[in-house]
Design a protein around this ligand. Structure first.
Ligand SMILES: C[S@@+](CC[C@H](N)C(=O)[O-])C[C@H]1O[C@@H](n2cnc3c(N)ncnc32)[C@H](O)[C@@H]1O
Length: 297
């Protein structure tokens, strides 16, 4: 009978041969998933046997991972801000750097609570990780989350249900601010968050196979220079934000110098830039002016 340890070693070797940088880590997580255990629990019993049925199923998963299917798709879920979110190939896998966006947003929790009915919006919600985390962390907020992808919205709704916040979030299908405006929210949004697609077109083909071949292109493709969605989001931000409303954007690497002038040109003020674990400026917090020019509201 194969042991836990032998399975982990077999998987690690296959992943290393496939060029997966985190081979051992992936092997441990995948074997733990296949055996319905935690990684730490496996450490406690490396020599215990694995039954034939589990071994066959695990070997199939290992093969798929060695073909560079994302670990997260094989597990079917991934953690964000300490909570588990279901994921599949219709949504972007929540990234650790996106947690900095939540960190920035929560800095305004006190301010939001002062509003009578604080309204928060998540544009391009994907798995729903941002909208759902905000709903959990800021119980006073009314949350609206939009996406152009119906498939992504279904997954976000499933996640909202799983976390018990379905009644707190309106999920809306449409292009950027369109569905938000249709809800009559123009000029009334106190907190707007977005992690838009920001990969420049030419870079898409150079991404790791897990991302390039398995994550939705609609979640990645930021147009020729990667800035398409920042241009569009910022150009109209003042029409959607309430006076002194906050807009918090995740940025791609090296995009700060391009995005800040777009924000300033739209009449927004830079409030804060947060760097991620790698020291890369990752989250830009902007404030709309107290008397914004909202001629097209
Ligand atoms: C980078 S993903 C972010 C997903 C999620 N918010 C996160 O941080 O993990 C961008 C999301 O924007 C959505 N999207 C792309 N174009 C859009 C558009 N024109 N209007 C609304 N959403 C769009 C994609 O479907 C995708 O879910």
């Amino acid at each position: 009978m194969t042991t836990v340890k032998a399975l982990i070693e077999m998987a690690t070797a296959q992943f290393q041969a496939a060029g997966i940088p985190s081979a051992r880590w992936d092997a441990e997580l995948l074997v733990a998933h296949g055996l319905h255990e935690t990684r730490l629990a496996l450490y406690a019993r490396p020599d215990s046997g694995v039954n034939e049925k589990d071994e066959t199923a695990l070997k199939e998963l290992v093969l798929r991972r060695a073909r560079r299917e994302p670990l997260q798709h094989l597990i079917g879920a991934w953690e964000f801000w300490g909570r588990s979110f279901k994921v599949n190939s219709d949504v972007l896998i929540p990234r650790p750097e996106t947690e900095f966006l939540i960190e920035s947003a929560l800095a305004f929790r006190g301010l939001l609570k002062e509003q009578e009915a604080p309204t928060a919006v998540d544009i391009g919600t994907g798995s729903g990780c941002l909208a759902i985390t905000l709903a959990k962390e800021i119980p006073e907020a009314r949350i609206y989350a939009s996406d152009l992808s119906s498939e992504a919205l279904s997954m976000a709704e499933e996640n909202a249900k799983m976390h018990g916040v379905s009644d707190r979030i309106r999920f809306l299908k449409g292009d950027l601010y369109e569905p938000i405006k249709q809800q009559g929210l123009a000029g009334r949004v106190n907190l707007l968050v977005s992690n838009p697609p920001y990969i420049p077109g030419a870079v898409l083909m150079e991404l790791e196979p897990e991302v390039r071949d398995h994550e939705p292109r609609i979640a990645l493709d930021g147009g020729l220079d990667g800035l398409l969605f920042y241009r569009r989001l910022l150009a109209e931000a003042q029409t959607v934000l309430a006076p002194e409303g906050m807009m918090i954007l995740e940025l791609g690497q090296g995009q700060t110098a391009d995005v800040i002038p777009l924000a300033v040109r739209s009449g927004l003020t830079v409030h804060h830039i947060l760097r991620d674990y790698a020291g890369i400026p990752r989250v830009l917090t902007l404030v709309s002016s107290a008397q914004a020019h909202r001629s097209n509201v």
